[in-house]
Design a protein around this ligand. Structure first.
Ligand SMILES: Cc1cc2nc3c(=O)[nH]c(=O)nc-3n(C[C@H](O)[C@H](O)[C@H](O)COP(=O)(O)OP(=O)(O)OC[C@H]3O[C@@H](n4cnc5c(N)ncnc54)[C@H](O)[C@@H]3O)c2cc1C
Length: 388
């Protein structure tokens, strides 16, 4: 029993202080941080580590400024990843390659200048580049592009091995991991029941089940947002930065229509990972040939050379999306023994480490490094967080 930590009036620890449901990147990061804080942790997953959204993701560690809250969380979390760069094993494939947001016209260049101002005000390195500089940085880009925004401290990594690494760190501090077990119910008094009827007790449960979180926390407004990715054979040096069109921001923030955007990532071994698409209301795991065609056509417009590269694999994944675009981090409305760490949509790899720190700080009754209010599930109580 760790007497210094409590959640409301509930002492932490019965058989476990904390049970985390989900061994994706968010659950793994929470497990590591909770174990580091001295809690006795159990992680449960119905599948292998990182087999949900995490296994389908691109692994772009990116600062995004769609809203002040998003900027705060992504900036904080990117810093946490970058601080750990030298500690990450080679198979995490962390590279600080930077993001190059590319502008197709003068309107997008105006957006670039606005972003430079916003980023620099927050102490985030960012610079506008003109067409000539863009061509020098990325010779394979379409020469008609007018410029871009370079954010050099953004990075990329391979999400499933990153999740595994974080869990190994947790396990080294005593965390127990059970894979292949399905959680059926979260108990308001602490603990979970499994699908085979077994009950496990804990002071606190963290629902980090990604897209499946609403199955355990009824009424939670987390929806699946489908995405397609394609990976090429190895073509080292073709692309040096994560390349994203500025129009991606429109694609990522829309909530109604299907959308595609140019988004290409250089992998450490020379492969190119090509995205991305966004679809609501499509639960099928099947590749949608129309969306894939649209995505590739758009990518070729920006990077004509893609037309001569061989694709190796295409897959789909689902992002756990919330109506107001902020994740749910903290105590649920259902019980102060059931916490949420879910709803990170297309930024869960980036924001996993910040999520974990916020969870641990809130458990300890400490003020997190950034204000947690925008992400607290409590916003649902008065109807906030349920709409865009
Ligand atoms: C195509 C695509 C591209 C993306 N690109 C990026 C990117 O470049 N950068 C970025 O930051 N993010 C990206 N994302 C988003 C990112 O993948 C997610 O936000 C993140 O992986 C969510 O992690 P998670 O741990 O919450 O969920 P998950 O990885 O889905 O983990 C949840 C886990 O819970 C388990 N689980 C569920 N229900 C139960 C149950 N009842 N019992 C036991 N276990 C259960 C599942 O098996 C799963 O392993 C992308 C997503 C997609 C789909």
């Amino acid at each position: 029993m760790r007497e210094t930590h409590s959640v409301g009036d509930c002492p932490l620890s019965e058989s476990f202080d904390i049970i985390i449901v989900g061994a994706g990147i968010v659950g793994a990061a929470c497990a590591e941080a909770c174990a580091e804080a001295g809690h006795k942790v159990l992680v449960l997953d119905r599948g292998p580590v990182g087999a949900g959204s995490t296994g389908a993701a691109m692994g772009h560690i990116v600062v995004m400024d769609d809203s002040a809250e998003q900027l705060a969380l992504t900036h904080y979390s990117r810093r946490l990843w970058n601080e750990r760069a030298t500690e990450l094993p080679a198979d995490v494939e962390y590279q600080q390659c930077g993001t190059l947001w590319v502008a197709a016209d003068e309107e997008e260049m105006r957006a670039v200048r606005g972003k430079v101002a916003v980023f620099q005000k927050e102490g985030i390195q960012a610079e506008a580049v003109d067409a000539a500089e863009l061509h020098t940085l990325e010779p394979a880009l379409n020469s008609e592009l007018v410029g871009g925004l370079l954010v050099p401290e953004d990075a990329v990594l391979y999400p499933p091995t990153a999740a595994r690494f974080l869990l190994e760190q947790a396990q080294a501090r005593g965390t127990a991991l059970r894979l292949g077990v399905t959680v059926q119910t979260l108990l308001p008094g602490g603990g979970v029941t499994l699908s085979d009827g077994e009950t496990l007790s804990a002071g606190l449960v963290v629902n980090a089940a990604g897209c499946a979180a609403p199955l355990l926390s009824a009424g939670l407004p987390v929806q699946r947002r489908k995405g397609h990715l394609l990976i090429t054979d190895r073509y080292p040096g073709t692309v040096r930065h994560q390349l994203v069109e500025l129009g991606y921001l429109k694609s990522a923030s829309g909530v109604v229509t299907d959308s595609v955007a140019f988004n290409v990532q250089p992998r450490a071994n020379g492969q190119l990972l090509i995205g991305s698409s966004r679809q609501y209301g499509n639960e099928s795991r099947a590749i949608d040939p129309d969306i894939l065609q649209r995505m590739l056509k758009r990518a070729r417009r920006y990077l004509p050379e893609l037309g001569r590269l061989s694709a190796i694999r295409t897959w789909v994944g689902f992002r756990p999306a919330t109506p107001d675009k902020q994740p749910f981090i903290g105590p649920s409305l259902a019980s102060d023994r059931i916490w949420l760490a879910t709803g990170h949509e297309g930024l869960g790899v980036t924001t996993s480490l910040a999520t974990a720190r916020i969870i641990v700080d809130l458990i300890a009754g400490r003020r997190p490094d950034i204000p947690a209010e925008p992400y607290l599930p409590a916003r649902l109580a008065n109807g906030e967080g349920t709409h865009a």
